[in-house]
Each structure stands twice: as structure tokens, then as C-alpha cells.
Write a protein that binds this ligand. Structure first.
Ligand SMILES: [Zn+2]
Length: 69
């Protein structure tokens, strides 16, 4: 009886872990899309959508590389 319970609890924990994982993943996506700026904060140039979607960014490629130097 107790072993059956243990198995059931494990399955529930596993499912909750999976749900937490999915929830965090979803949240992470929202945070990333929210952080990306449409225009570069340094020079005001529009940031390409592909770049904004790929990573959370606030600067265009030119300014980003200049800042990283
Ligand atoms: Zn820029």
C-alpha cells in the first residue's frame, strides 16, 4: 500500500516539476520580449525585429558591439 502511494507521489511531483518548468519557460519568454527595445537607446536607430526576438536587447548591433569593447 505504502509503496503504491510512494509511486503516485513521485508521479505527481514529476508532473509538477514539468509544469513549473513550462511556467518558467513561458515567463522567461515574456520577460525577454518585454525587455527588448524597438529603438536603440544609444543612437535611436530602429532595432531589427529578428534581433529583438532572438535576444532581449536595448541597443542596435553597432552600439551593442561598441559598448562591449
Ligand atoms: Zn544604436
Amino acid at each position: 500500500m505504502s509503496s503504491a502511494w510512494a509511486g503516485g507521489t513521485d508521479a505527481i511531483i514529476e508532473r509538477m516539476d514539468k509544469m513549473t518548468e513550462l511556467f518558467l519557460e513561458e515567463n522567461r519568454k515574456k520577460i525577454y520580449s518585454g525587455e527588448s527595445a524597438e529603438f536603440c537607446e544609444e543612437c535611436g536607430e530602429p532595432i531589427p525585429e529578428s534581433r529583438r526576438k532572438a535576444i532581449a536587447c536595448r541597443y542596435c548591433l553597432a552600439c551593442q558591439s561598441a559598448l562591449e569593447k
